[in-house]
Ligand binder design. Structure first.
Ligand code: PPS
Length: 285
């Protein structure tokens, strides 16, 4: 069975990609100062940021983005194949992780690695995650949206609580020498400005033309067509492409098509309670 979970620190992870060994490897990882680490809760713009960084580092040239799958150029630290990929890599590494702060904090302590945290309106995350559960055979059957939403709010879904994830990372931003916080919404509303922000953070100066190329190749439409990021390379038995698309809608506010008024009110109440002690102020639509 594909959907057996691996539990680590009381959090469930998809067992087909995670083992106790791979999770321990991540928790004890030796970061290098030249590493760039993309940190996200699932469905928050991970793949988009992987593509943005690839394009920025290649000055808008899409050759690499169109010839190597995202999981090979920016592997997930906690997934079992990562060790092998990093051992073989030479240049500066781009590493992706969905791990919560408390698991990765000891490994990142005193690190000069660059950390990019991408956050997204949790209501849109919940909707995107729900649809993803329906197509990803390595995740449990989500049941109805209402059932899934309860699990999401309780933090019992795979990768744990959205609230703990966002609070953990953003409340400790000052612990990092190099930390960039950016939202999915900002990337949607101002992709050009977001690319410039990433360029500044990575200390890569791109010409206006190189920026335009980068922007073109990381647009939703380009990525939707790019088999190196749209996950159509993944076999049908792992991701059932007849049940949905990884590049689903790419929009802000799709939650409004899915949530009832009551679900939205319950969500807002849990959000206020959970985020009351957060130092970060979020304003979601
Ligand atoms: S995962 O499985 O955690 O790696 O998923 P992740 O990449 O974090 O999130 C997938 C959602 O991001 C959307 N996406 C984009 N939106 C706008 N523009 C671009 N270029 C883009 N690339 C990916 C993708 O469509 C998923 O969101 P939904 O709402 O489901 O469409």
């Amino acid at each position: 069975r594909l959907d057996v979970a691996e539990t680590f620190y009381n959090i469930k992870f998809p067992g087909h990609m995670h083992t106790q060994d791979s999770l321990n490897y991540a928790a004890n990882f030796k970061f290098q100062d030249t590493d760039t680490v993309i940190v996200t809760y699932p469905k928050s713009g991970t793949t988009w940021m992987q593509e943005i960084i690839t394009l920025v580092l290649n000055k808008g040239d899409p050759t690499l983005a169109r010839s190597q799958p995202n999981w090979l150029r920016a592997p997930w630290l906690e997934q079992y194949y990562c060790r092998q990929i990093l051992q073989a890599s030479t240049g500066p590494r781009i590493i992706t992780t969905h791990l919560p702060y408390h698991i990765l904090a000891p490994a990142l302590r005193d690190s000069k690695a660059k950390v990019i945290y991408v956050a997204r309106n949790p209501k849109d995350v919940a909707v995107s995650y729900y649809h993803f559960h329906k197509m990803a055979n390595f995740l449990p059957d989500p049941g109805t949206f209402s059932e899934f939403l309860s699990d999401f709010l309780e933090g019992t879904v795979h990768y744990g609580s959205w609230f703990d994830h966002v609070k953990g990372w953003t409340d400790h931003a000052q612990n990092f020498q190099k930390f960039l916080y950016i939202t999915y919404e900002e990337m949607c509303q101002d992709l050009h400005g977001s690319l410039k922000k990433v360029c500044r953070f990575l200390q890569c100066s791109l010409t206006e033309e190189e920026l335009k190329f980068s922007q073109k190749h990381c647009s939703f439409n380009s990525m939707e067509e790019n088999i190196m990021v749209n996950y159509t390379l993944i076999p049908q038995e792992i991701m059932d492409h007849s049940k949905g698309k990884f590049m689903r809608k790419g929009k802000i506010g799709d939650w409004k098509n899915m949530f009832t008024e009551e679900q939205s009110d319950v969500f807002d109440a849990v959000y206020s309670a959970q985020m009351a002690d957060s130092s970060q102020l979020f304003k979601w639509e």
